[in-house]
Write a protein that binds this ligand. Structure first.
Ligand code: DC
Length: 232
């Protein structure tokens, strides 16, 4: 059960390596919300097209069978493909697919449906700007490139996918993806005007989770006291 007094949707946007997913997962856990990793959905489409299982021309809401298991691992047609979608080969091409209008339309529709069924924390690039422009809580996470590259490399090492990767090569991929993601015509990576920006370069995961929870809690308290004033 979700705790009372908070709105149903929390949008956490920003580039990769800023701690978005870990923060979103922990915030969701604390509040009893469901976590939706929208980047994994774009990676899944990239994986399907690259492996020849799907043609870009045929991408449609109903042609994509994506779901998540209890560990937040993505299931494509019911099969766990978490490892495949995190491969650097997919990271290198995913921006190309996430700029395709039909792919964005299909995944945006799925994200809206999913969040209409569960109180949800979503992380991505366009959640606060396009998918849920009316979300009550919006955050935009940033960090400097050195920090982001070091975090991504550690993630790859932990997943056994760091072969041939260095901080420099990871940073190069991050810069290329940022460029592609923030200059594409549709739903570019951007901070919503009403999003709270958090620079995570010098924060621990616990600190950034606390910042998000504090802000969500303050908004809820403020709402409650406004309601009480109104009633009184
Ligand atoms: O968060 P990530 O690195 O797993 O995301 C993979 C790619 O998907 C990223 O390069 C941009 C794209 N993406 C997007 O365009 N919109 C989203 N809501 C989430 C991710």
């Amino acid at each position: 059960m979700a705790k009372e007094g908070v709105q149903d949707i929390i949008a956490i946007d920003g580039p990769s390596g800023t701690g978005k997913s870990t923060t979103a997962k922990m915030v969701a856990g604390e509040l009893g919300y469901t976590y939706l990793d929208t980047g994994a959905m774009y990676r899944a489409v990239a994986y399907l097209v690259e492996s020849g299982e799907l043609r870009v021309e045929s991408v449609h809401n109903s042609s994509l069978n994506l779901s998540f298991d209890n560990n937040n691992h993505i299931l494509i047609n019911g099969v766990n493909r978490e490892s495949e979608i995190r491969d650097p080969k997919i990271s290198a091409v995913v921006s190309k697919y996430s700029a395709v209008p039909a792919i964005r339309e299909a995944l945006t529709a799925q994200q809206r449906k999913f969040a209409s069924e569960h109180p949800c924390v979503l992380d991505g690039r366009d959640i606060g700007t396009v998918v849920f422009p009316n979300a009550k809580h919006k955050f935009f996470l940033t960090a400097n490139y050195k920090t982001r590259a070091a975090r991504r490399l550690l993630e790859l090492q932990n997943a056994g996918k760091a072969e041939g990767q260095t901080e420099e090569s990871v940073e190069k991929n991050l810069r290329a993806r940022d460029r592609a993601d923030s200059t594409r015509e549709i739903a570019p990576l951007a901070k919503a005007q009403d999003a709270i920006e958090i620079d995570t370069s010098h924060l621990t995961i616990q600190e950034q989770v606390q910042k998000v929870l504090q802000s969500v809690g303050e908004a809820a308290r403020c709402n409650n006291s406004l309601n009480a004033t109104h009633k009184g």
